[in-house]
Design a protein around this ligand. Structure first.
Ligand code: DMJ
Length: 639
């Protein structure tokens, strides 16, 4: 059979004209482009998207979402918010070490002191910092080689763990300290048994909780416990924790995380563990994670958004935060950790990011000198005028004074901002109740809400540690104010049936340091009141603070200890307690650590050398001139 070529028709099998072919091809390529483009609009979690787009190409639409200091569980994306996209350049560092992690306090100290032990350290360093890791760091301007752990130790005034690990001379205090250690071991053992690798233990149902605050990161209780276990001398447990970090802490997660929570718990926990032990593993993990947080700052003002996808670097604001705003206590609680990340990596970017936040805060108008809780990361203006020393505001103020202290008292800007803020707080928020209790009210555009949150109770300790550095004539005034606030917070405990404090207590409608609303009656193992006892004890040595701490231990034992761990309770005003089935990671990191320090001698983590981040992870004071001095030697052995 013969095919005849018709005029104007191509010889192709389809029998199309050239122009038809062209139109068809055009249509086809349009279709392909459209399909590919549509991938960008799929959520990050869709597999197809991960297959076709590399991580760095994924820049999806960013919409608002939210975390409050403790309303953090409600990650929601509102539809109405505008898009902000930021690319997360994921690092390739943090490979696992091959050295078996098993050390005692003594071995660590010996290793840090030099000799054969020093060789081990060097060996572990060279294993950790592979050539490719160094290349990655220097590409970004970082150079972790320049930080010398030995030198850092030489710049401390005292040995971190004191003469005898802070063991108090007085037998009763020592017994109490041992009790707290037992509580830590109990909390840890149960976490290990029922929830190992998960973020928190559910002690009633005996399983693990993951939650959605950490963007797919796991092991929050492990990271939060490293330093507590170490200072308590629970070395077997510490070694298990370290081994988990070494083999299981996967930072390549692709979930939506709270920038604030990941910073204070994970970055803070890893940094502390590094400074206390000298283990490079912790430093490398902290730096790797720090890099992943940087895209959060890619906003028109450089004020970070509250939520970040750790894989893609996409960022957005919490859904409940009005008009896509960022939260003062969140973007204001990065300074300590970020300055240390610069210190360790020699990469200025971290300090630049947090200094930029400070610059903006300095520039904008502050109503009555106060810092409202919500700020737009787009315009750089306050979004509304709610001021609080409790949730949403709290740790911003804490980080001002601690930034000053951590800088070896050289950061005058932080000092000025802290005392300025404190003056405004005193003028506008500090109140005296009819019964004579001093408290911090909340401020809503000039109208006072006579309520104080449990979270605000950290302020007793904060005002106490800042008392020495303001105007000399105000020193006693600040110490008195710190003592009064701590007293009020103690009252909120003693006025409940369980002797534990409610989430918020009021000073109106006849109430004096008691919760009037059902929804404020819970206690979730929070540390703030005990934190203030610890600081006030160190500052005054008034025995009442140890007594108050012991009351809290007894109440925790009676009402929060269950068969398989510790649990929060739903109503502090009833003796027939209902448990919330959650052992928060901050119970191990903060509540038990502060109690242990309260019953220890002051030379365990001396305040001359350490500041605690807001999750109670100790970070060392940076003594620049000493660190830069060529002749600095590690004097650990003699300390
Ligand atoms: C902790 O995670 C931190 O202290 C934070 O600053 C706020 N509160 C919780 C514990 O209550």
């Amino acid at each position: 059979m013969v095919f005849r070529k018709l005029p104007g028709v191509s010889a192709s099998g389809m029998g199309l004209r050239l122009s038809q072919k062209f139109v068809f091809l055009l249509f086809l390529s349009g279709l392909v482009t459209l399909c590919f483009g549509a991938l960008f609009f799929l959520p990050d979690s869709v597999r197809l998207k991960r297959i076709f787009l590399s991580k760095t190409e994924i820049q999806p639409v960013t919409v608002g979402s939210g975390s409050e200091n403790d309303v953090r569980e409600h990650l929601k994306r509102p539809k109405e918010q505008g898009m902000t996209s930021a690319k997360g350049e994921t690092g390739t560092k943090g490979k696992s070490l091959s050295r078996k992690p098993s050390v005692s306090h003594e071995a660590t100290e010996e290793r840090l002191a030099g000799g054969k032990a020093q060789e081990d350290l060097t060996l572990s360093r060279s294993k950790t910092e592979s050539a490719s890791e160094r290349a990655t760091s220097s590409d970004r301007g970082a150079n972790s080689d320049t930080f010398s752990y030995q030198k850092f130790r030489g710049c401390l005034l005292k040995a971190p763990l004191g003469r005898d690990n802070g063991k108090p001379g007085d037998p009763q205090t020592n017994e109490r300290r041992e009790k707290v250690k037992e509580m830590m071991k109990f909390a840890w053992d149960n976490y290990k048994r029922y929830a190992w690798g998960k973020n928190e233990l559910r002690p009633l149902t005996r399983n693990g909780h993951i939650g959605n605050m950490f963007g797919g990161l796991r092991g929050a209780s492990i990271i939060d416990s490293l330093d507590t276990l170490y200072i308590m001398g629970l070395m077997e447990e510490y070694n298990d924790a370290k081994e988990w970090v070494q083999t299981n802490l996967d930072l390549n997660s692709n979930g939506e995380a709270s920038l604030f929570e990941v910073n204070i718990r994970y970055v803070g926990g890893l940094l502390s563990a590094y400074y206390l032990t000298g283990e490079e593993l912790f430093k490398n993990k902290a730096m790797e994670l720090g890099e992943k947080l940087l895209p959060a700052f890619n906003t028109p003002t450089g004020i970070p958004r509250g939520v970040i996808n750790l894989g893609s670097g996409t960022i957005w604001s919490w859904g409940w935060a009005s008009a896509g705003s960022s939260i003062l206590a969140e973007f204001g609680t990065l300074h300590l950790e970020f300055v240390h990340l610069t210190e360790l990596s020699n990469n200025p970017v971290y300090t630049e990011k947090v200094m930029n936040i400070r610059k903006l805060l300095n520039k904008i108008e502050k109503p009555h000198g106060l810092y409202p809780n919500f700020l737009s990361p787009v315009s750089g203006n306050w979004v509304q005028h709610h001021v609080s020393i409790g949730g949403l505001g709290d740790s911003f103020y804490e980080y001002l004074i601690k930034s000053y202290l951590m800088s070896d008292k050289t950061d005058d800007d932080a000092k000025r901002m802290y005392y300025g803020a404190l003056e405004a707080i005193e003028a506008n928020l500090v109140q005296k109740s009819p019964g004579g209790l001093t408290y911090m009210a909340e401020w809503r555009g000039g109208i006072l809400d006579h309520k104080m949150g449990h979270l605000a109770c950290f302020s007793g300790g904060m005002i106490g540690i800042g008392a020495d550095d303001g105007a000399p004539e105000k020193r006693q005034h600040y110490l008195d104010l710190a003592a009064e606030i701590t007293h009020t917070c103690h009252e909120s405990y003693t006025r409940s049936a369980t002797k534990l404090g409610p989430e918020a207590f009021r000073f109106d409608g006849g109430a004096e340091a008691t919760a009037t609303r059902l929804s404020d009656r819970y206690y979730i193992l929070r540390p703030e009141v005990i934190e203030s006892y610890m600081y006030m004890w160190r500052l005054t040595h008034d025995p009442k603070y140890r007594e108050w701490g012991w009351e809290a231990v007894e109440a925790l034992e009676q009402h929060c200890r269950v068969e398989s761990g510790f649990s929060g309770i739903r109503d502090v005003y009833t003796m027939t307690v209902s448990h919330d089935n959650m052992q928060q990671s901050f119970f191990l990191s903060e509540t038990l650590k502060y109690l242990y320090l309260l019953f220890s001698d002051d030379d365990l983590l001396p305040l001359e050398d350490w500041v605690f981040n807001t999750e109670a992870h100790p970070l060392p004071i940076i003594r620049k001139s000493c660190l830069q001095d060529e002749t600095t030697q590690d004097k650990t052995v003699s300390k």
